[in-house]
Ligand binder design. Structure first.
Ligand code: HEM
Length: 188
């Protein structure tokens, strides 16, 4: 099954990104630092969504509108007094030139809701946020997170028709993780 294989074959690039971001997140002590973290996600995921939009829409994936993250990120940034920055583009993003690559990038974006639950608890604690303000992106789908993840994996498992197509998705997911790490390093 593609979803299972994706998890296994992107484990290393996920862990490398996670390690770097956890270090950065642990050091966050002010709202200003937290807004910088939100900007990192807004600029990268926002750039990805612009490309993904060319290949996936609501008729293709019925809950695609709900799965977009840039607006939630922009709202969180504005709630905390910031202004969303320019989205990443060009070489800073992975190649997304077909539907398979679009789904690979969406896999990386959707998977971030799983770690998001941990991150939102961490941020609430470190910044003393008790009303959820500015945490809508990291809270993701709340109690629906697991169900949304399962239904996305069902879509992935019906997406490809050959091992060549599987490889396109896996390579592209790895590129999406790696380019995010590079973008985070550039915007440290
Ligand atoms: C920085 C802190 C992060 C932590 C602590 C974290 C943690 C986690 C955890 C606990 C899971 C669930 C594993 C499971 O239930 O099997 C997960 C899965 C996942 N995360 Fe992260 N993550 C982080 C960042 C990210 C980011 C920034 C992205 C995307 C850019 C991401 C993408 C994914 C993906 C795609 C999966 C799904 C793996 C699968 O196929 O099951 N994670 N992460």
């Amino acid at each position: 099954m593609l979803a299972e294989q994706l998890k296994k074959d992107t484990l290393q690039s996920h862990q490398q990104l996670e390690k770097m971001l956890v270090g950065r997140m642990k050091a966050i002590r002010s709202q200003e630092d937290y807004v910088k973290l939100l900007q990192l996600f807004y600029t990268y995921f926002g750039g990805l969504e612009t490309l993904i939009d060319q290949y996936i829409n609501q008729s293709e994936l019925s809950d695609y509108a709900e799965r977009r993250k840039a607006q939630a990120l922009a709202n969180d940034i504005e709630t905390l007094g910031g202004h969303p920055m320019s989205k990443a583009s060009g070489e800073n993003l992975p190649q997304i030139k077909n539907k398979l690559q679009a789904y690979a990038a969406l896999y990386v974006i959707e998977g971030s809701t799983l770690g998001g639950k941990i991150i939102s608890k961490m941020m609430a604690q470190q910044l003393g946020i008790s009303n959820g303000e500015g945490l809508s992106f990291f809270n993701g789908y709340g109690d629906d997170t697991e169900a949304k993840w399962d239904s996305f994996k069902d879509v992935l498992n019906k997406l490809t028709k050959s091992s060549e197509e599987d490889k396109v998705v896996i390579d592209s997911a790895n590129e999406t993780f790696e380019k995010f790490k590079q973008w985070a390093e550039k915007n440290a």
